[in-house]
Design a protein around this ligand. Structure first.
Ligand SMILES: [Zn+2]
Length: 334
């Protein structure tokens, strides 16, 4: 019982929501909690409570990884918008989660963590639009610019709007609020966290999305290194959609490295040669489309040398006070 009370209290404390679903554990629900947690029907109350505590911890880790990924990616999308050839969308600067926004294995925990079926704000990034608008963790996002929020894509890539402001309808402690966020444009290529035990990332220009495995988020602790990988994947979409070069050629990898480093630098990441090592941790070097592993090539010494030159080039521009724009003179774009 103590554990159950702790779980319920934890739910309320973290997100300011009623832990209604947690009561199911105590009172019994249509689907037995033991079954929801994958336990045999004979499981004791203590076993169910412990399983629920562990599944909530796993869910919280997922949310932490996703929030970090969104923070790094959304800052880069805004800072790099000029490189995306006008393919932009408002970037709010927040992360959401909910029953339908987590992998199947976290659904039972999500039903405990989140009282309702909507999308809950789980992180608000300082200095970005949502923070300035007064959005808070625990708010349920109901509408963005008069469009209902149903899925994460409605939040991470709201329909392109030219209005300077975006109306956000949120639910906070049972009360609907109308907030106004500045419409900050950024590259229209949101990041998605994928549950996979392979340290890797991918991009899909047709979906205009980038994908990052949970193993990558767990292995790469340095945000500058994560930014290099995020930038590389955003750059693949820029190369594919804006420059219309999309192939498995090694020089495409180098071009993605080049533009990706600029995206990271523009977002304020202070890159040094040690950060390049992050590409050594990517098991397959890179996968150019989700599920396809054929185009795999680990980082080569040539790629490493080219990236070092890129970092030098960026540093020179930064010292000279020049804009951080990829230049045609780069050996990578010859
Ligand atoms: Zn690549």
């Amino acid at each position: 019982m103590e554990l159950e009370a702790e779980v319920a209290a934890c739910s309320r404390r973290r997100l300011g929501i009623a832990a209604g679903a947690a009561l199911c554990v105590v009172l019994g629900c249509a689907v037995s909690p033991a079954r929801q947690l994958g336990l045999p029907p004979t499981a004791s109350g203590a076993e169910i409570a412990e399983a629920e505590r562990l599944s909530l911890r796993a869910l919280d880790r997922w949310i932490e990884h996703d929030s970090r990924l969104q923070r790094v990616s959304q800052r880069m999308r805004v800072a790099g918008r000029e490189l995306c050839g006008g393919d932009v969308a408002p970037v709010l600067g927040l992360a959401v989660s909910g029953h339908g926004a987590v992998p199947e294995s976290y659904r039972a925990a999500a039903r405990v963590r989140f009282a309702g079926a909507g999308l809950y704000v789980v992180a608000v990034f300082p200095g970005m639009a949502a923070a300035a608008a007064g959005v808070e963790a625990g708010d349920v996002l109901l509408e963005i610019a008069s469009s209902s929020v149903r899925a994460e894509r409605d939040v991470y890539r709201p329909r392109a709007m030219l209005d300077p402001a975006i109306a956000l309808r949120v639910l906070r402690d049972g009360t609907e609020l109308l907030l106004t966020a500045e419409s900050t444009q950024g590259c229209a290529y949101p990041a998605r966290l994928t549950i996979a035990e392979v340290v890797n990332a991918a991009a899909r220009p047709s979906a205009r999305e980038t994908y990052f495995n949970t193993a990558l988020l767990r292995e790469v602790h340095d945000d500058d290194q994560l930014a290099l990988v995020v930038g590389h994947e955003i750059a693949h979409i820029i190369l594919g959609r804006v420059l219309r070069t999309w192939s498995s050629r090694r020089d495409t990898e180098a071009e993605a490295d080049y533009i990706g480093a600029y995206l990271a630098a523009r977002a304020g990441h202070d890159l040094d040669v040690g950060d390049i090592e992050v590409f050594d941790t990517l098991v397959f070097g890179n996968v150019d489309a989700v599920g396809r592993r054929s185009r795999t090539h680990p980082i080569t010494s040539a790629r490493t040398l080219a990236l070092r030159e890129t970092l030098d080039e960026i540093e020179r521009k930064r010292r000279a006070g020049e804009p951080l724009e990829p230049s045609e003179r780069s050996p990578l774009l010859r």
